[in-house]
Design a protein around this ligand. Structure first.
Ligand code: 13P
Length: 260
């Protein structure tokens, strides 16, 4: 993990309405406090539905909770006649720190490709927030054994046109699609293989200092029972957690991964 602060982010997906969100965030904060959480050691973040952001912001800022928050998607457009879309400026105005772009569920159900993901990442950066850019292969590609080349191809596409400084500050989430919501977690070696290859590629595309700084998460069936072994890998700097992040006690245990 070198000098990189780990980021444990809970992607709630389309779960928890704004009333439920308030309770979950409060319980998460109390549980972390009980566990003597120190935010310098690991960063905790919740990535919530758009309709939850305002209440989550109000609670976290009002009570000065040591929890970051963010959104699950953003428009490629700045403003205008795009019914149903949410702009990066709107998210920045709500003090979102993170915005997930290119989640495999957006790629699968909304036809997002690397060019769209790249455009979204640029919008997030332009609004002074941090993109969490998702990549990852489907099961067929993993079975063929071409997963490293496939993911590196995604990396080339999603990072195109960014500066080294921008890349140094962003987060890449490696989420193998076959491990998402399936209970089938990648082995720590599987996670390290791809996260290490991503870091090497960032070094080739930009420079070594950028590769050293960029944070790379693993995502896919992460739980408190398997997070420590995954986090022990040298190129894994955090986790993007789906289902297990909906339970605030379980997610707090994940954030405190090095203290069972
Ligand atoms: P699960 O943790 O539910 O497998 O989801 C992973 C994920 O997609 C996080 O973005």
């Amino acid at each position: 993990m070198a000098n990189r602060t780990p980021l444990l982010a809970g992607n709630w997906k389309m779960n928890l309405n704004h009333v439920e969100a308030a309770g979950v965030v409060q319980k998460l904060a109390w549980t972390l406090a009980d566990m003597n959480y120190e935010k310098d050691k690991a960063e905790a973040a919740v990535i919530v539905p758009f309709t939850d952001i305002r209440v989550v912001q109000t609670i976290i800022e009002g009570d000065k909770m040591p929890i970051a928050f963010g959104a699950q998607d953003v428009s490629v457009h700045d403003a205008g006649a795009y019914t149903g879309e949410i702009s990066s400026e709107m998210l920045a105005k709500l003090n979102c720190r993170y915005v997930v772009v290119g989640h495999s569920e957006r790629r699968e159900y909304h036809g997002e490709d690397d060019a769209i993901v790249n455009a979204k990442a640029k919008k997030v950066l332009a609004a002074a927030m941090t993109p969490i850019i998702c990549v990852g292969e489907k099961l067929e590609i993993r079975k063929e054994g071409t997963h490293v080349a496939f993911v590196l191809g995604q990396i080339d596409g999603v990072l195109a046109g960014l500066t080294a400084e921008q890349v140094a500050g962003l987060v890449i989430a490696y989420e193998p699609v076959w491990a998402i919501g399936t209970g089938e977690v990648a082995t720590p070696d599987d996670a390290q293989e791809v996260c290490g290859a991503i870091r090497t590629r960032v070094g080739e595309l930009f420079d070594d200092a950028t590769a050293e700084k960029v944070r790379i998460q693993y995502g896919g069936s992460v739980k408190s029972s398997n997070v420590a072994d995954i986090m022990a890998q040298p190129d894994v700097d955090g986790a993007l957690v789906g289902g297990a992040s909906l339970d605030p006690v379980e997610f707090a245990r994940i954030v405190m991964f090095d203290k069972k």
